[in-house]
Design a protein around this ligand. Structure first.
Ligand code: SAM
Length: 364
């Protein structure tokens, strides 16, 4: 591996170790429960790519096991020896347990299961979690974790950043419900965009949105290098705030059925708050038959032909209001081969390339 690709691999590996905060999980899951209080009732939830003894995902779902009416909660972890990052913190929970194994703790994944009241406390909660080492390292692609996936109804996690495409394909091939964290750039991937277009995957409730002024923030390992303003330390723990991050899902929630409130084209031209639109209007792309709309709130409500909007539109997308027909940048995501052959930059106006654009059309 060359020096640059080594650095890139190291960077990627670091981004795989971002740990989700309890409040972020709670806020997101509440949105689905608000829409359908029985969304998890009678279901088996799998939390893969986790570190169950201290993961907030495991704690949150174990604490709410009865409230959500779950049938079974399973979470699995990935062995430290298989991780790119060697940050390792065995917990007392593990080291003081009778089944603790000083070798396996580094080489094997772990599985935690919650499905009944083991300690006869009269309720099923965190104290009833049972654990053991997996046969392998807990790789989500391994046979044993695939079998757990097949058993589950819903897959929930913050998957490794560098394997996002593969992780989504892994869920899709088993046709499961899911709620996962990812970056908004994933919308432009040729493996992901067709799923968005087909309404098999959409953005969750929080997506690239600041809450109380902050982007989504993750805890990072103690050895994470403190470079960049997006990193800070609180109570001895390191955190990173990551712009453009949010939830992807195929579980329904109320926000996605709220249509955008929009003005007509002539009102936009008269009153738009955007100087790029006010008194100027709209133009079509040089090499693609659609109207360039540079801001989601400048979509003209009375335009019925294809329009290109920035990817931030996805968090405002309401499938009853618009349909998605393509994604364009250098090429069309859906017609990559043909447009590549033609070598035409597609999201371009007057010779100036725009960022990736989602092509939408108003539903009649
Ligand atoms: C982004 S972190 C999230 C951890 C935890 N789910 C959370 O949100 O707090 C992704 C985790 O997946 C692990 N991981 C990396 N590659 C994996 C693989 N092939 N199979 C399973 N887990 C993997 C990483 O080591 C890391 O612990």
């Amino acid at each position: 591996m060359g020096k640059n690709s080594k650095l890139r691999a190291a960077d990627k590996a670091q981004n795989d170790e971002f740990y989700t905060q309890y409040a972020d999980i709670q806020m997101e899951v509440n949105a689905y429960l608000e829409y359908n209080p029985d969304v998890f009732r009678g279901k088996t939830i799998l939390l893969p790519c986790d570190d169950p003894e201290w993961s907030n995902f495991t704690r949150f779902f174990a604490e709410n096991f009865e409230f959500f009416g779950l049938k079974k909660l399973i979470s699995t972890s990935f062995a430290v020896e298989s991780k790119n990052s060697k940050w390792y913190e065995p917990t007392l929970f593990e080291t003081e347990a009778p089944n603790y194994d000083a070798t396996k703790t580094r080489t094997h994944g772990k599985i935690f299961v919650l499905d009944r009241d083991i300690n006869n406390s009269g309720r099923i909660d965190l104290d009833d979690l049972q654990w053991e080492y997996l046969h392998g390292d807990g790789d989500f692609r391994s046979k044993e974790v695939c079998a757990l996936r097949d058993e589950a109804d819903v897959i929930i996690t913050n998957p490794p950043f560098s394997l996002f495409r593969e992780f989504v394909a892994w869920i899709m091939e088993a046709n499961k419900q899911f709620l996962i964290i990812g970056n908004q750039n994933a919308l432009t991937y040729k493996e992901i965009f067709p799923l968005i277009k087909a309404n098999r995957m959409w953005t969750g409730c929080r997506f690239n949105r600041r809450v109380n002024g902050d982007n989504m923030t993750f805890m990072v390992p103690d050895d994470y290098p403190m470079k960049g303003t997006e990193l800070y330390v609180e109570d001895g723990k390191k955190y990173i705030s990551v712009a453009g991050t949010g939830w992807f899902t195929n579980i329904d929630h109320g926000r996605r059925h709220q249509p955008l409130q929009l003005m007509t084209m002539s009102d936009n031209i008269k009153y738009s708050k955007h100087k790029e639109v006010k008194d100027i209007g709209y133009v079509k792309y040089d090499n693609y038959d659609a109207l360039e709309v540079p801001f989601s709130d400048a979509i003209p409500s009375d335009y019925t032909e294809p329009m290109g909007v920035p990817i931030s539109f996805m968090s405002k997308f309401c499938p009853e209001q618009f349909e998605i027909i393509d994604g364009i940048g250098r090429y069309s995501v859906l017609d990559n081969e043909r447009t590549k052959k033609e070598g035409k930059y597609l999201s371009m106006v007057d010779g100036q390339p725009k960022f990736f654009r989602i092509i939408i059309r108003k539903k009649q």
